[in-house]
Design a protein around this ligand. Sequence first.
Ligand code: DHB
Ligand code: FE
Length: 309
Amino acid sequence: MSANALAPTPLPPLIEDERSVTPAVLAAMANTDNARLQEITTALVRHLHAFILEVRPTEDEYEFGLRWIAALGHHTNETNNEVVLAADVLGLSTLVDLLNNDGGRGETMSALLGPFYRGNAPDCAHGESIARSTTPGPGLWFEGRVLDVDGAPIEGATLDVWQASPVGLYDNQDAAQDDYNLRGKFATDAAGRFAFRSVKPAGYPVPTGGPVGKLLHAQMRRPYRPAHVHFIVSAPGHKTLITQIFSDTDAALATDVVFGAKKAIVGDFREHQEADPDRYPDLEPPFFTCSYDFRLVKGAPTFPVPPIA
Ligand code: DHB
Ligand code: FE
């Protein structure tokens, strides 16, 4: 065997200055055997290095930043995912959502699933109330249709609905609410129609007790999400839609701390001062109504894993 055959691959030059670090790291990762992982990690290193070269952190600043990231893990537990929250308030989650669901085929725009989705919501009849315990606050009648992108009604579509109470708390955050209060599953009729009775949702703050709360405070940002109702709309042969319909009466609409509110998914919440028992049964004035039609594009239905049980 010749000496040549045993010669090791030539090593990259040793690091000399700040400009030689990036190529050295990229060279070290060059043999990644998964092409997509290679693409992602290479772009990550290029952008992180460019970021460091732009902001030129002091050592104290760098250490502070690493501690902030570590604190995201320390504040993540069964009921709070601080890593997701950080991604949300930095707009990353909404950006990824828009990249993958741009509404470009005429389907309703999506919005974040959020941390409060629970599986196994009770099946409900048309027009049934999802306010299972006495939930003070103005009533809400929400109705609409599920259509395909050509406007044809979809019969037998499922709407999995959940929302916060008029004080801005989900059932699992509030001892005063019954289990599965303000959650329910509805099916569309032959005309694609659904309807449910509820109470008007209120906006609420994201958790502010951890490193994300500290950042929001330093940025002088209000931690509020505008009032909304969550929907997972699914039907056989159609791509599942995960979205939120926002109340146009909420002052925090333009300052949604997680950038979920988009114009196309703001609902028209109308206040009624007179009872109308034929059209809106069991609702005492003042109450609100909202009518919204969802549009689904053809595709394979998928279902999200609930972040909480
Ligand atoms: C929702 C709540 C959050 O705290 C968050 O980070 C994202 C979404 C929500 O309920 O929609
Ligand atoms: Fe929510």
